[in-house]
Design a protein around this ligand. Structure first.
Ligand SMILES: NC(=O)c1ccc[n+]([C@@H]2O[C@H](COP(=O)([O-])OP(=O)(O)OC[C@H]3O[C@@H](n4cnc5c(N)ncnc54)[C@H](OP(=O)(O)O)[C@@H]3O)[C@@H](O)[C@H]2O)c1
Length: 304
């Protein structure tokens, strides 16, 4: 087999992964993509046991045993420690940690009236002020603090993956170094965007965390990368974004002024991205954040 064949470039056979938020949405698709393509073990963490088990039930028969639910809450150090211990009792290393859990939090944008005119400043103030500070902070607890502590919790198992690598051979690429992938969002990049303040700020912090951790872990050779999705259908994004039963993935589903490619991201988009990043093809990525949004970030400033 040539080293340039797709089956080598995107090969995840034997990989051991941990995914937070693997019981739904993007995390579920990532888990199924890794399982379908031969990853040895994919530990999925989330608070709802039923949702985690549903992910297992969706895997192809031959791959069901490779997805292992681990109940856990990323906002609790105790819970993260317990999840780590459960996983460490079943594997001596983790090649890939996908820090993906997230919440949207309270809606809070600079609203306008139906006719497009500005809200009186007192109404705007009341609307934004009436969101309790605790609800705002909760978004950071999950999206930012939780992401940071999840990464820290798994450092020993990631390091153990690096220690298993064979000595380098001259003029030959070694297998990829251990990697953390954080799910951020295009909301973390923009200034005047139709997302909510707490969510935007928390994801801006995740983008920074990817860079800061990647730099800080250089000496340990643990790579840290990010993905910044635009609109994908999930529990988080249903409601105003998607009509009942419509995933919005067919061309023409969205106005090009909102999403230039005119559709939401599909399972293939996120699955392919993860295989690219996890396989030999992604081995040179470090401190990189990949945007997957059909061009939405490029037009956000004009599509308020
Ligand atoms: N869908 C999009 O359009 C989109 C766009 C940009 C970025 N993202 C990001 O993608 C990631 C996945 O979101 P999604 O769209 O797939 O939405 P989702 O289906 O709502 O998934 C979020 C996951 O996070 C988990 N979670 C929430 N709080 C948690 C906690 N305290 N501890 C552990 N797990 C927790 C949830 O599981 P439990 O409730 O069972 O704990 C759930 O499985 C998020 O970081 C989100 O910000 C999504």
């Amino acid at each position: 087999m040539s080293h340039l064949e797709a089956s080598n470039l995107y090969n995840v056979k034997g990989l051991v992964a941990v995914i937070t938020g693997g019981g739904s949405g993007l995390g579920r698709t990532m888990a199924l993509a890794l399982a379908t393509n031969g990853a040895a073990r994919i530990f999925i963490i989330g608070r709802r046991e039923g949702a985690l088990k549903e992910t297992v039930s969706l895997a192809p028969a031959a791959a069901k045993d490779s997805i292992i639910p681990v109940q856990g809450d990323v906002t609790s150090q105790e819970s993260l420690r317990s999840a780590y211990d459960k996983i460490a009792s079943q594997t001596d290393h983790v090649d890939l940690l996908i820090v993906n859990s997230g919440i949207l939090g309270p809606p809070a944008i600079i609203k306008r009236k139906d006719d497009g005119s500005l809200l009186p400043i007192s109404e705007l103030k009341d609307y934004l002020w009436n969101i309790p500070m605790a609800e705002f902070t909760k978004v950071f607890e999950v999206n930012t603090t939780g992401a940071y502590y999840t990464a820290i919790a798994f450092l020993p198992l990631l390091d153990a993956a690096n220690k298993r690598r064979a000595a380098p051979e001259k003029n030959k690429l070694s297998p990829p170094l251990a990697q953390i992938i954080m799910t951020s969002s295009i909301a973390g990049y923009s200034r005047r965007v139709p997302f909510d303040f707490a969510y935007n700020l928390s994801k801006g912090a995740v983008n920074h965390l990817v860079k800061a951790l990647s730099t800080s872990l250089t000496d340990y050779q643990i790579r840290v990368n990010g993905i910044a999705p635009g609109l994908y259908m999930s529990e988080m994004s249903v409601g105003t974004n998607f009509e009942e039963g419509n995933k919005g993935v067919s061309d023409g589903s969205f106005d090009p002024e909102k999403i230039p490619i005119t559709r939401a991201g599909g399972e293939e988009d996120i699955a392919g991205l993860v295989l690219w990043m996890a396989g030999a093809s992604g081995g040179y990525l470090n401190g990189n954040i990949t945007v997957t949004d059909g061009g939405r970030l490029s037009v956000l400033q004009s599509s308020y």
